[in-house]
Design a protein around this ligand. Structure first.
Ligand SMILES: Cc1cc2nc3c(=O)[nH]c(=O)nc-3n(C[C@H](O)[C@H](O)[C@H](O)COP(=O)(O)OP(=O)(O)OC[C@H]3O[C@@H](n4cnc5c(N)ncnc54)[C@H](O)[C@@H]3O)c2cc1C
Length: 524
């Protein structure tokens, strides 16, 4: 016998939880099923090393969700009633170069200009213009992020109607590198912003990445980077509390094998251990496009073929989470106190070549290491006086040397730590109490979204963007020929990151069920 719910959600990633939480608030009997023993997917804080040290296993910086009405208007009361609290450090990002010079990207524009002027006064002026433009684009950007995407053809047609639109379109098609070379003259300034673009798992030389800098700078100035007090997973905790507040259930250790369909409509799910749950109104699924055809029977073979053909980034991620005896000491000085700290070489070409190597499945000669140590801002995560470190680097999933990640992960971590010691004084064995590392293979094991270590599920390219993400068929969170099945995940619009994009799926479900999203008890 199946248990019956109105809404069954596959996966407790924040996007599935957001969708489920809105529908629970709208009065629907809601169930969330999670394969792992813990909840949250990429938004999780766990004691990965030793008791008392809480690490953000995946996401740590909540940037793009800040403009989402979910938080901006606190539509579900996550802040008011469920304990979600953010800090917004004044210095969201800093580049530290090997020679000890630094370049900080502050929320305050004039402070950023002063930082850039250390390298080039002309570039400081150029940044003012770039930041002005970024601020003017921001309303357009935020309007597009938390609802279903507009059709791409119509969007391009609109852009083509004005000089500003055509200029914007041109920037969108350029590589970050080409664009940054037009805007800035100094090698270090170019490198700083190219590395920002690289955080999206793309080389600065990748075409159609040029607009990213406007999105990042616009958000950074307007909202800053949110550091959740207690860790990234407090967002997950608040969403689960909201679902339960409205009578919903969230179950761990529940691996969904199949979406059940009847007469072209999703009607429930079946778990690998044989449980079945019926869904009267809808199934919402964190279903990677490569899994769709296997998990949902009866789909149009063309829909499945296109989903299977979605491309995954060649750039995988490896992370190191360390429990530390003391806060990190940067050789560049005590002023290195940013949320994201990029450890960079002295020459920009070096990182471009590092990204190039990854295309061939090779390791980059110069590691592309970023570091976060959020205990600098939030002391609730460790015992007093101690610290945590989250370091990441980019590596191939499939290695040209043919070795397995499981056998050699720790060798690579040693390489990272040795490299990082050029920048950080206290990373020796006496400083690190314990560490945990996730290779790209581990990453995929923690969530099927992080396929081949791609944090964004599928590559962030123009042909897998907006309404065409992951494919033109699936770009509106729905599945052709399978009514009442809705998709959420980093492989959907607007892409990887903590966006709270499950809101768009909830809006779509409400439309189909005839519920007025704005008047559904949401925010009560
Ligand atoms: C190392 C790393 C660092 C990152 N850093 C940042 C950052 O600082 N800032 C930022 O904005 N973003 C960051 N990201 C990206 C961000 O974490 C993800 O884009 C985001 O969490 C995706 O959320 P989601 O809910 O769509 O999917 P996921 O978080 O992947 O959740 C999907 C969930 O569904 C479950 N699931 C899937 N299939 C099934 C099934 N069949 N049955 C049951 N359960 C299932 C999975 O186990 C998982 O829990 C990072 C990602 C990684 C990996």
């Amino acid at each position: 016998m199946s248990e019956t719910y109105d809404i069954v959600t596959i996966g407790s990633g924040h996007n599935g939880l957001v969708a489920a939480a809105y529908l629970a608030a709208a009065g629907k009997k809601t169930l969330v099923l999670e394969r792992n023993a813990w909840f949250g997917g990429g938004v999780v804080t766990r004691e990965l090393t030793v008791p008392g040290f809480r690490h953000d296993q995946h996401s740590m910086a909540h940037i793009f969700i800040q403009a989402n009405p979910l938080l901006a208007a606190d539509e579900l009361g996550l802040k008011a009633r469920h304990g979600l609290k953010y800090l917004f450090p004044e210095l969201p990002m800093m580049s530290v170069f090997e020679d000890g010079t630094t370049l900080g990207l502050y929320r305050d524009r004039e402070r950023t200009c002063a930082e850039i002027a250390k390298f080039s006064a002309k570039d400081a002026e150029a940044y003012r213009r770039l930041a002005d433009k970024a601020a003017s684009y921001l309303p357009m950007v935020t309007a597009s992020l938390y609802t279903a995407p507009a059709p791409l053809g119509a969007t391009y047609a609109l852009l083509d109607q004005s000089r500003e639109g055509r200029e914007l379109w041109r920037t969108m098609q350029m590589s970050s590198h080409d664009h940054l070379c037009e805007v800035f003259e100094h090698d270090r300034v170019r490198m700083h912003f190219a590395r920002v673009a690289g955080e999206n798992l793309v080389s600065p030389d990748e075409k159609a990445t040029g607009f990213g800098v406007y999105v990042f700078v616009g958000f950074l100035e307007a909202y800053g980077i949110g550091v959740p007090v207690g860790g990234s997973g407090t967002l997950t905790d608040a969403l689960i509390a909201s679902i339960r507040e409205h009578g919903g259930e969230v179950l761990a250790n529940s691996d969904v094998r199949r979406v059940q369909t009847r007469n072209g409509r999703a009607v429930g799910v079946e778990t690998t251990d044989g449980r079945t749950y019926a869904a009267r109104d809808a199934v919402i699924g964190a279903l990677h496009p490569h899994d769709l055809g296997r998990m949902v029977e009866g789909l149009d073979p063309e829909v499945v073929r296109a989903a299977n053909a979605t491309q995954i980034s060649e750039i995988g991620c490896i992370t190191v989470h360390a429990a530390l005896n003391a806060p990190l000491k940067f050789r560049a000085g005590g002023h290195v106190r940013a949320v994201m700290i990029e450890l960079l070489p002295n020459r920009y070409d070096t990182i471009r070549k590092s990204f190039d190597k990854l295309r061939y499945g090779e390791f980059s000669d110069y590691p592309l290491v970023g570091v976060g140590s959020l205990t600098l801002f939030d002391s609730t995560r460790t015992p007093e006086g101690k610290a945590t470190m989250h370091a990441w680097d980019y590596v191939p999933f499939e290695r040209a040397d043919g070795k397995s990640w499981d056998e050699t992960k720790h060798e690579y971590v040693e390489r990272m730590l040795t490299h990082m010691s050029k920048f950080i004084e206290n990373l020796g064995p006496g400083d690190i109490i314990a560490y945990h590392s996730d290779s790209p293979v581990d990453m995929e094991r923690t969530s099927s979204s992080f396929r081949r270590g791609d944090l964004h599920g599928i590559a962030a390219t123009t042909y897998q963007y907006g309404a065409h993400r992951p494919t033109p068929d699936l770009g509106q969170n729905v599945v052709p020929d399978c009514e009442r099945l809705y998709l959420v995940g980093p492989f959907q619009h607007p892409g990887g990151g903590v966006f709270g994009a499950g809101r768009a799926a909830a809006i779509r479900v409400c439309e189909d069920l005839g519920i007025d999203f704005g008047k559904a008890g949401i925010g009560q």
